[in-house]
Design a protein around this ligand. Structure first.
Ligand SMILES: Nc1ncnc2c1ncn2[C@@H]1O[C@H](COP(=O)(O)OP(=O)(O)OP(=O)(O)O)[C@@H](O)[C@H]1O
Length: 366
């Protein structure tokens, strides 16, 4: 299949997937559209059951959409069988052959494609180097660690030079430290090979660490697509603001909007500026989200936007969370980075004000 550099690596257009029929029908994907660019590390992020694996399986060809198109560099592949697609998958269970060596596992796919022996040998050597497993080439895969098995599974999937690599929660079986190392390793592999990676995870930290862009999914829909920073700083919906990081939610009234920002009157009477989601025109009652680290504590008698009482102080090593009860009864958390030797007079039961930074508030669509 010829690669057309002007096209997106993958384009999912109005794809719907329903399992079963009649009363037993399950809508796994409710009309999803997304474009994934060439050379991109793209992540599908969402809770269990939101449809991530279903979308990945449709791109891989393990299943077919009920409606819609899936294009790879402009060609519709939705009905092609998996082996005819220049796409490969790395599964959570690495699915290696335990009686074969590391090198044999990596070369297996190439041999199945009847590639000449010399070519297989050269490619296997290249892949062993790429995943830094040269020393263990002749070990059986039953005799290497989980992290090493993961590298072999990656090398095997990359060996036939797919145009797109699909990764379905490939790090979830690894312990925390190894998982962190493999996140960096995966990002390096993607950069060095230039292959488009589509990665599935329910772990928001993993998604933020590795991705060029993230699609946040919930209940068979894609709610928001953006760079990690956009998704974190500019969540468009309450689900996104809640699923990624922590957020405070405040009710307010819109009293004007211009230049992508709304002026919002809070129940405390304070007026603040809040960013608007793209193309969204607010009216009347709205909800805004504010990250705990984007608000600051201040004197209760000053000109703070919010006022309340400190109910709880949670020390977390790197920072401290101050749990406030605002005067209108709503909870609000302020996170402050800890500095050595710095103490303050705030204690449980103290009155405190909250300052909201100039670019801290985000209007939500729901
Ligand atoms: N073969 C199937 N038959 C019927 N329902 C299915 C089938 N596969 C998936 N589903 C349903 O479709 C929905 C989406 O499932 P999917 O596996 O895509 O979610 P997911 O986000 O990948 O979840 P997880 O993180 O738990 O793997 C779920 O409600 C699931 O129960």
């Amino acid at each position: 299949m010829a690669e057309r550099p002007d096209r997106n690596a993958i384009e999912v257009r109005d794809v719907r997937k329903v399992f079963g029929a009649g009363e037993n029908a399950v809508v796994a994907l409710a009309t999803v559209s997304v474009s994934i660019h060439k050379n991109e590390f793209f992540t599908l992020l969402g809770p269990s059951g939101c449809g991530k694996t279903t979308l990945l399986r449709l791109i891989a060809g393990f299943d077919y959409p009920s409606a819609g198109e899936i294009l790879l560099y402009g060609d519709d592949i939705a009905l092609l069988p998996p082996y005819k697609r220049p796409v490969n998958t790395v599964f959570q269970s690495y699915a290696l052959f335990p009686h074969m060596t590391v090198a044999q596992n990596i070369g297996f796919g190439l041999e199945m494609l009847n590639k000449p022996k010399a070519q297989v040998k050269a490619r296997v050597a290249e892949m062993l180097k790429l995943v830094r497993m040269e020393q263990l080439a002749n070990r059986r895969t039953s005799q290497i660690s989980g992290g090493q098995q993961q590298r072999v599974a990656l090398a095997r999937a990359l060996a036939p030079q797919p145009k797109v690599l699909l990764l379905d929660e490939p790090l979830s079986a690894l312990d925390y430290k190894l998982r962190k190392d493999m996140q960096i390793e995966l990002k390096r592999l993607q950069g060095e090979t230039g292959i488009t990676f589509i990665f599935v995870t329910h772990d928001q930290e993993e998604a933020l660490t590795m991705s060029d862009r993230i699609a946040v999914m919930s209940a068979g829909r894609i709610l928001q697509v953006g760079a990690p920073r956009d998704i974190y700083d500019r969540p468009a919906e309450r689900f996104v603001a809640n699923f990624i990081g922590e957020s405070n939610f405040l009710k307010g009234e819109t009293i004007g909007a211009a230049g992508g920002q709304a002026t919002v009157k809070l129940s405390s009477g304070a007026k603040i500026l809040a960013s608007l989601p793209k193309g969204f025109s607010p009216s009347g009652s709205i909800t805004i989200a504010i990250r705990p680290e984007h608000a600051q504590l201040a004197a209760a008698d000053g000109d703070a936007a919010l006022r309340g009482t400190v109910e709880n102080i949670v020390y977390l090593g790197t920072d401290t969370h101050f749990h406030l009860r605002l005067d209108d009864g709503e909870p609000f958390i302020v996170r402050r980075q800890n500095a050595r030797g710095k103490m303050d007079g705030l204690a449980q039961g103290s009155r405190a004000g909250v300052l909201i930074g100039a670019d801290a508030a985000q209007v939500l669509k729901d």
